[in-house]
Design a protein around this ligand. Structure first.
Ligand code: YXS
Length: 259
């Protein structure tokens, strides 16, 4: 079964997450279908993309599919992970990708939402980044995404507590572009996408690429990269990482021991 549904109307490409029974968890299949959909949309010169869950969803996406997280000792978010590939595909896509964010957004899905261009939510939208719940050490690019969208203090609170950030707080800090009533979000999102699609696609595409380049320009010494890798190795080789996954399946609170 396809884990995303796609269609195009008036130069706008719509991608609907279609894995409700697993709360739209980002499986390798879903992520690869997302990458394929963006490639097709680029060929068809789509001028805006709406990335959404089904109308009225309580969970936009529950984040990475935990069954597909590697066993202890392997990096859970390597450079070539389908989530990383999907995020780079979104950043490279030559038109804005708009998140129609109905429901809670968890973990890797929160990271994915931060690399999109615009996020529109309702009062039941929330954002949680959850490595601390699973004993995972998130990767640097993901941390940078969250810090750049939520700000360093809010990002720290999100990483340390793994608690959802409300739509109101996200709107106050500019992580959410618009917070609209649930019954209006579909019309509001399509109207914004239509407005963008009526503008010069070249000008919009160049603006997107310039903003992405300028906002990511942070020089890091090689030694700093190596230090970060050593830090992450410590976490994903830990017993806590195994405990985080086990606790999820046993539907109980994890008992972390710090090693
Ligand atoms: O028991 P069944 O077979 O019906 O399956 C249940 C859940 O096990 C499944 N499910 C997931 N399976 C794999 N990976 C997931 N991320 C995941 N989330 C859910 O979906 C079925 C329905 O879930 P249930 O009964 O819990 O639904 P709910 O409506 O009561 O609660 C919805 C959530 C989202 C609050 C709850 O499912 C939840 O807390 N999910 C896990 C959220 C999370 O911790 N995501 C992070 C995944 S790891 C990740 O993204 C990064 C590596 S990191 O952690 O570093 O950010």
């Amino acid at each position: 079964m396809k884990q995303i549904l796609t269609h195009i109307e008036n130069h706008i490409g719509i991608i609907t997450l279609n894995n409700d029974e697993k709360r739209n968890a980002l499986t390798f299949q879903l992520l690869n279908e997302l990458i394929e959909a963006l490639s097709l949309f680029e060929t068809l010169q789509v001028r805006a993309v709406i990335l959404r869950a089904k109308k009225g969803s309580k969970v936009w996406s529950a984040g990475l599919f935990i069954d597909e997280l590697p066993n202890s000792g392997e990096d859970p978010l390597p450079f070539n992970h389908p989530l990383e590939e999907a995020m780079r595909a979104i950043q490279r896509f030559p038109a804005p990708v708009i998140v129609m964010a109905e429901g809670s957004i968890w973990g890797g899905a929160c990271d994915l939402a931060t690399v999109c261009d615009i996020i529109i939510g309702t009062s039941n939208t929330s954002f949680a980044i959850t490595p601390a719940r699973l004993g995972v050490a998130y990767n640097s690019s993901g941390i940078l995404h969250v810090v750049s969208v939520f700000g360093i203090h809010i990002a720290k609170e999100m990483f340390y507590t793994a608690l959802p950030l409300s739509a109101e707080r996200a709107l106050n800090i500019g992580a959410l572009n618009h917070l609209v009533p649930a019954e209006e979000i579909e019309g509001f999102t399509f109207k914004l996408a239509k407005r963008i699609a009526e503008n010069s696609p070249l000008s919009v595409s160049v603006a997107k690429e310039q903003i992405n380049i300028i906002s990511e320009a942070i020089p890091l010494a090689t030694a700093t990269h190596e230090h970060i890798n050593e830090l992450r190795n410590r976490a994903f080789k830990s017993m806590d990482y195994e405990e985080g996954k086990r606790a999820f399946y046993e539907k109980r609170k994890p008992e972390f021991r710090g090693h």
